[in-house]
Design a protein around this ligand. Structure first.
Ligand code: CMP
Length: 131
């Protein structure tokens, strides 16, 4: 998911280029402005964390781009491509190093396991929206 900061700062095209350049195939993609309920549901695992309210408020501040991607070893390779959650700790050349400003406005989200990729993909896309 390309987050509201990256969309607002017109980094969407460059980020999609980076993703395709790294060998990922786009299976589905949509541009959407999340409601509070959608953002809260997506990040439900973080409900009890102190940053939850700020996270939901940020994620509903503007449109995002959600996508399902495909590649061998996709979860691990995507996490390498995007870099550390806090852009201050992200390696040179990663998406967060290039485009993120802070731990909240960190440009992009990637699923942390195959299981969560399935859950998160199903959260945004029906079976009719995938090839
Ligand atoms: P993301 O990978 O989308 O998953 C949860 C998000 O919460 C994370 O990226 C950050 O943008 C945000 N966040 C804010 N504060 C923290 C924190 N202390 N630890 C982890 N994530 C945080």
């Amino acid at each position: 998911m390309i987050k509201p900061d990256a969309v607002a700062n017109q980094h969407t095209g460059k980020i999609i280029d980076d993703i395709l350049g790294a060998g990922f195939k786009i299976i589905a993609m949509k541009y959407v402005h999340l409601s509070d309920a959608m953002a809260e549901g997506f990040y439900a695992v973080h409900r009890e964390r102190p940053f939850f309210k700020d996270l939901v408020s940020f994620m509903t501040s503007g449109p995002i781009v959600a996508a399902i991607l495909e590649k061998d070893n996709a979860v691990e390779d995507f996490r390498k491509l995007i870099g550390a959650t806090n852009p201050a700790n992200a390696e040179e050349g990663t998406i967060r190093k290039k485009y993120a400003k802070s731990i909240d406005a960190n440009a992009i989200h990637g699923s942390d396991s195959n299981e969560n990729a399935e859950i998160e993909g199903n959260y945004f896309f029906s079976q009719f929206e995938r090839f």
